[in-house]
Write a protein that binds this ligand. Structure first.
Ligand code: FES
Length: 103
């Protein structure tokens, strides 16, 4: 099955060590540039629906601003309680300086 990729940003918009929120009708998405590689996860904590964009990027994880659960940008898995469920990850494709994700 081929994936349907959508352009969401350009590489100039997200420097290493930073996050970028992408507004989408169904689910806002959070991009992170981790050591030059782009990752994408749902911008919604699995504990109480907080926006992770307001949290802190620490290594390859984002820390939720409400109760400090940390989620891996690579797997979506929570690494600290209280969250116990993974959040959705999205496949990322780079073409030139444009970032595409499979929605
Ligand atoms: S809302 Fe994210 S850890 Fe509670």
């Amino acid at each position: 099955m081929s994936l349907n990729y959508t352009k969401v940003a350009s590489l100039q918009e997200i420097h290493p060590g930073n996050m970028l929120k992408i507004k989408q009708p169904q689910q806002d998405i959070l991009l992170a540039n981790i050591d030059g590689k782009i990752y994408a996860i749902a911008d919604q904590c699995s504990h109480e629906d907080a926006s992770l964009y307001n949290g802190a990027l620490k290594g390859d994880c984002v820390e939720c601003p409400l109760h400090s659960s940390r989620f891996s940008f690579k797997t979506g898995e929570p690494l600290e309680p209280p969250a116990t469920e993974a959040i959705r990850t999205y496949k990322v494709k780079i073409e030139g300086d444009e970032i595409f994700i499979a929605l």
